[in-house]
Design a protein around this ligand. Structure first.
Ligand SMILES: NC(=O)c1ccc[n+]([C@@H]2O[C@H](COP(=O)([O-])OP(=O)(O)OC[C@H]3O[C@@H](n4cnc5c(N)ncnc54)[C@H](OP(=O)(O)O)[C@@H]3O)[C@@H](O)[C@H]2O)c1
Length: 259
């Protein structure tokens, strides 16, 4: 019973295409690396080319080390990771990314929306939105696509010592809290923080599962704020309004409708 959270270390098809946003560091790096090491094709969607290419080089070195250790479940092929540029704080960049990905003709099996910030000082994007305002809209999205074979889930990675604290380096309370968590062994490594993301993405026992909030690879109860339907709908409508200059009226209407 119980035990540490884990994901199945089993080779994945090279035909499987997985996008990991923010795959160049922290939880996203480990998520992208392990999924690629098991054989899928991984696209790391990152805002800085240099950091992304450096991450790919590190992943290749880590892969060699894991092979030498005899780690199970690794692909016998090459590591298949590519970089595509995506700055989620710019709708223009996001649209360009989507168009480039569609033009590549690749299928998309899993999208891991990992990129994010924590406790960032109030900042506005070029589109006039608050910077940390992000797509946390699992329930609203599922209600609109529940007749399709696309499933959406969300998760909590744990308290992870990654580069997450850089946004609030000037905030003594938060920095001290994170540093204490690290000293007392409360926080976990980026690899451990990535385990739930990897499991939800690759474990066949989760296929067809939707609308679930995962914690330590198991379904968990989200906060009441997250399950408040009125708030979900308000956020969804606001988000669609932000996108009105970027998507067609027909798509907007389709996204607005619940199935
Ligand atoms: N660490 C925790 O304790 C914790 C707890 C709960 C939830 N989370 C969530 O877990 C996710 C990963 O966090 P982490 O701990 O791995 O943090 P991290 O080490 O700071 O990594 C964040 C990643 O997001 C990318 N990113 C930030 N803004 C972006 C933008 N505008 N466009 C594209 N990419 C952007 C960063 O890119 P650059 O490297 O170029 O900046 C980086 O790759 C985040 O969504 C975070 O909210 C973390």
């Amino acid at each position: 019973m119980g035990g540490s959270p884990s994901f199945p270390r089993e080779p994945l098809s090279p035909e499987k295409v997985v996008i990991v946003t923010g795959g160049n560091t922290g939880i996203g790096y480990e998520t992208a690396k392990w999924i690629a090491m098991m054989g899928a094709h991984v696209i790391i969607a990152c805002r800085t080319k240099e950091r992304a290419l450096h991450a790919i080089t590190r992943m290749e070195a880590d892969f060699e080390q894991e092979k030498q250790k005899g780690t199970s479940g690794l692909t016998s092929g090459e590591l298949s990771v590519e970089f595509m540029e995506l700055d989620l704080s710019s709708l223009k960049s996001t649209q360009k990314f989507i168009e480039e990905f569609k033009a590549s003709g690749k299928p998309l099996h899993v999208l891991i929306c990992n990129a994010g910030l924590g406790m960032h000082p109030l900042t506005y994007t070029e589109d006039g939105n608050e910077l940390m305002f992000q797509v946390m809209q699992m329930y609203s999205l599922n209600q609109r696509i529940n007749q399709s074979n696309v499933t959406v889930n969300s998760l909590h990675p744990g308290v992870v010592h990654s580069e997450f604290t850089r946004s609030f380096e000037d905030d003594c309370t938060w920095t001290c809290t994170y540093n204490c968590a690290k000293c007392f062994g409360v926080s976990i490594s980026p690899y451990k923080g990535a385990i739930t993301s990897i499991d939800v993405a690759v474990n066949s026992k989760h296929s067809g599962v939707r609308d679930v909030y995962f914690d330590k690879c198991a379904p968990a109860s989200p906060s009441p704020e997250a399950t408040n339907v009125e708030n979900q709908e308000q956020l969804w409508k606001f988000s669609l309004d932000c996108l009105k200059d970027y998507i067609t009226e027909e798509d907007l209407n389709n996204l607005g409708a619940k199935t």
